[in-house]
Design a protein around this ligand. Structure first.
Ligand SMILES: [Fe+2]
Length: 457
């Protein structure tokens, strides 16, 4: 069959209706990042999302696929959650194309929020399919000899009905010219360890190893990473996207600020953008046996591209350019405008518990670190800037609470931009993640002090 098809894949959207989040906005948030998250996503909803939607509509795709976190969700009550989802659906009508969804963790996981999905999302998918409203978040459709598979990460339970659906669906996938797979979380963690369910990943990867798919699209981390992974005897493109991001913010190369997790022999790294910059989406063109995936960035056009033929390893034809920030010499004191230690962590809550020393001098305590938030760092006071050298010994004390911490990188700001040191691994003091295997974290004992070297070029 020599068929042509063109569709768009867009990741996390986090539409915010301001009135639905008064609790957080009036100073009563549930988590340490909720106020910042709602405020940021409200701004993006108003100032960026409409432009993203009109840009996608101007491409006139056959259809659009969104891979979850349509809304920010977790609203003040059921009625306000429904309002947020209804408004998001109205906004998405601006795509002027049929739309399909793979549900995300903000769309309605708990029972009283599930009504948001049942009332507004399932009918839209049904309309796009030309059927009655769906009753489940996992489904398939066929188009031009291609199979499209959607999984519902939010309700997945090991060995349940959806697991059976996955098995049956992959078993019949071989007869299609191309197979496209969509769900919310990454199957392989690249920049953020453990940010997906082990059972979901294992169930799906087991099937992909036996029945290869063309590509897997996801979101969830908001880092926009494009990679190829060896699964069974095949190479799987895992393409993430998010339309959240400040268009004018200089993009941060993920590899400059995060340890890249997979074993280098098992994957090819195309590119990665740290969360918050470069709102982007995928445009996929299927032409008979050939597929082309163009990565668009708002106001910047196509920044990256892959091509493949079914059964063959995809090739990165074009990769985005990043400003060089690592491997550079430490700037002189007179050039420095600010210095920070970027860090990532989960459950590092004890106040003053994570003290930092640089080259033998205690310089303060790290802030509370949770969720591997991309915006967390420790600001180094100017009086400590003379401590910096080409190679720096950093020591971080840790607490007894079960936690993971790491991704330490010194960032020096000058008038010309950022200069970054090397990046450290991650450390965990609990067996909570042992089932993932030895990589990607190093085990420490509770209360152990982490000692690392951070070097400039
Ligand atoms: Fe999200």
């Amino acid at each position: 069959m020599n068929s042509t098809l063109r569709f768009i894949v867009m990741g996390d959207l986090h539409y915010v209706q301001e009135q639905s989040h008064q609790r957080a906005l009036n100073g009563n948030p549930r988590g340490v990042t909720e106020v910042a998250d709602v405020t940021r996503n409200l701004w993006l909803t108003r100032n960026v999302t409409p432009e993203v939607i009109s840009s996608i509509a101007s491409l006139k795709p056959d259809f659009v696929i969104q891979t979850g976190d349509i809304i920010h969700g977790h609203c003040d009550n059921e009625e306000l959650g429904l309002r947020e989802m209804r408004e998001a659906m109205e906004l998405l009508e601006g795509l002027l194309a049929p739309i399909f969804f793979a549900l995300g963790t903000h769309d309605g996981v708990v029972k009283h929020e599930r009504i948001q999905v049942e009332q507004y999302v399932y009918p839209i998918i049904g309309k796009s399919l030309g059927t009655a409203p769906l009753t489940k978040g996992y489904y398939t459709f066929e188009k031009a000899g291609c199979l499209f598979i959607f999984l519902d990460y939010t309700t997945f339970v090991k060995d349940d009905e959806q697991a059976a659906f996955i098995k049956e669906t992959f078993a019949r996938s071989g007869k299609y010219e191309h197979v496209f797979l969509f769900a919310h979380p990454p199957l392989i963690c690249v920049g953020r360890p453990f940010f997906t369910h082990f059972d979901f990943v294992n169930t799906v990867l087991r099937e992909i190893a036996e029945h290869p798919v063309d590509v897997y699209f996801c979101g969830h981390t908001h880092n926009q990473v494009s990679t190829l992974h060896k699964v069974g005897g095949h190479w799987l493109p895992q393409l993430k996207s998010s339309v959240l991001g400040y268009p004018d913010l200089a993009p941060v190369n993920l590899r400059d600020v995060r340890t890249i997790l997979p074993d280098p022999s098992s994957f090819d790294y195309g590119w990665g953008y740290l969360e918050d910059s470069a709102p982007g989406w995928w445009e996929i063109t299927v032409n008979g046996e050939s597929v082309q995936a163009d990565w668009h960035v708002l106001r910047k056009g196509v920044q990256g591209q892959l091509r493949w033929r079914r059964g063959e390893k995809a090739e990165f034809v074009k990769k985005p350019e990043f400003a060089t920030t690592s491997g550079l010499a430490l700037p002189s004191l007179g050039e420095i405008r600010s210095v920070q230690l970027r860090a990532a962590g989960t459950n590092c809550k004890t106040p003053e518990g994570y003290r930092l020393s640089i080259n033998g001098t205690d310089v303060g305590a790290l802030p509370r670190l949770e969720y591997f938030d991309s915006r967390q760092f420790f600001k180094l006071e100017p009086k400590f800037w003379p401590l910096l050298e080409k190679a720096n010994r950093i020591e971080v004390t840790t607490c007894e609470e079960p936690m993971c911490i790491g991704g330490f990188v010194l960032e020096v700001e000058t008038a010309a931009g950022w200069v970054r040191s090397t990046v450290t691994d991650y450390y965990a003091n609990t067996d909570r993640w042992d089932h993932w295997g030895k990589a990607p974290v190093e085990k420490i004992v509770p209360g152990q002090t982490i000692v690392e070297e951070l070097a400039f070029g």
